[in-house]
Design a protein around this ligand. Structure first.
Ligand code: ADP
Length: 347
């Protein structure tokens, strides 16, 4: 039997929950300085969402522990990532931005959720199999539980929407199944099924012209790189491989440099390159020079803001700490309800 106080608190929580604006939650592992793929594929979307939702964005350092060999540089990577996020317009006043481990309630929820997940389900997941292939020397328990921790992240904040690309839909379905299992097992409705907020995020191809841009493949261009480094990375970009000599006509439709022009260059220049490339009127070297210039111009304001923020890292840490405090308050409320639903003995 629930006490009168508990019933009142439950009703209050319920009331607060119905009054609050819809929440979005997303997290990314601390990969340090962000690249153009992160920027166009995730960060810009985070910035847009914070105007319409209560947005919660986490730097998932605990998730990172599943695969990294050393924690040296972990702190630095969190800071570098936060600098890029804030410089790109994620506003720590509007959004709740924090480091995952600073809200340790997620670990508790992870443990409770793990009781309603079948091991076979985890070992069957394609993402787990892929990670085993990539890290055969380090198939740790945390790796297996990765999707459970991810679900705990989402469910802890009673997230309404998770912005994911269509390829990540199975991950969200996993979290939704956990909600159903948990709520059924404990005859409760404390956890809510998050919905997918499908986003038309582009898949950015790296400088190798074939693979998704990624730090680990060393085919990335950092958003906050200096101008010279950006020029160098752009120079190394693979173009239309059928175009061998300068006099060969190229095909912009299959050229990754042109794909970048379409994002960062004005329409007139894109039209000119589209026309001239096909008749060998412009060579790849010049085409890349123009891209590097436009890329540097587009990212200049972000880089300026970042340089300003980087002068005072303490302020960035302070924002992250404040974010953790706000996130922690939501987490505490959820954990109290979850414990109560399970029937855990009160301290
Ligand atoms: P995580 O594995 O934690 O998601 P990543 O650094 O791989 O960390 O990605 C962070 C975010 O950036 C994710 O939302 C991911 O989809 C997005 N992202 C990463 N690389 C690219 C890319 N090349 N194109 C589009 N989006 C990308």
């Amino acid at each position: 039997m629930e006490s009168k106080e508990e019933l009142v608190r439950k009703e209050e929580n319920r009331f607060m929950e119905t009054q609050r604006p819809a929440r979005v939650y997303s997290a990314a592992r601390p990969t340090g300085r962000q690249h153009i793929g992160n920027y166009l594929g995730a960060i810009q979307n985070y910035v847009a969402l914070q105007n319409d939702f209560q947005s919660i964005y986490a730097i998932a350092d605990v998730h990172a522990l599943t695969t990294i060999e050393t924690t040296q540089g972990l702190k630095e990577n969190c800071l570098e990532m936060a600098l890029d996020w804030f410089a790109a317009g994620i506003d720590p006043e509007k959004s709740i931005v924090f480091i995952q481990s600073h809200v340790p309630q997620v670990m508790e929820l992870h443990t409770y959720l793990s009781m309603v997940v079948a091991v076979g389900k985890l070992t069957d997941l394609p993402t787990f199999k892929e990670k085993v292939r990539m890290h055969p020397q380090n198939v740790n328990y945390g790796l297996l539980g990765y999707p459970v921790l991810m679900s705990a992240d989402i469910l802890l904040f009673k997230t309404d929407f998770v912005p994911v690309g269509i390829d990540q839909a199975p991950h969200l379905e996993f979290a939704r199944e956990i909600v159903r299992s948990f709520n059924y097992r404990y005859r409760t409705d404390v956890l809510i099924e998050p919905q997918m907020k499908a986003t038309a995020t582009p898949k950015i191809i790296g400088t190798d012209g074939v693979n998704k841009m990624s730090k680990s493949l060393d085919n990335d261009i950092e958003i906050a790189a200096d101008e010279k480094t950006t020029e160098k990375r752009v120079r190394s970009m693979v173009t239309d491989t059928n175009r061998v000599r300068r006099s060969d006509p190229g095909n912009p439709d299959i050229c990754n440099v042109f794909a970048f022009h379409k994002i960062f260059s004005p329409p007139e220049l894109c039209a000119e390159i589209d026309r001239e490339c096909r008749v060998a009127g412009i060579g790849c070297v010049d085409c890349k020079k123009k891209l590097a210039a436009d890329l540097n111009a587009s990212l200049a304001p972000l880089r300026e803001r970042r340089a300003e923020l980087a002068k005072n890292p303490d302020r960035v840490w302070e924002s992250l700490r404040a974010g953790a405090k706000r996130a922690g308050a939501i987490a505490d409320a959820t954990i109290a309800e979850v414990r109560n639903a399970i029937g855990i003995v009160k301290p």
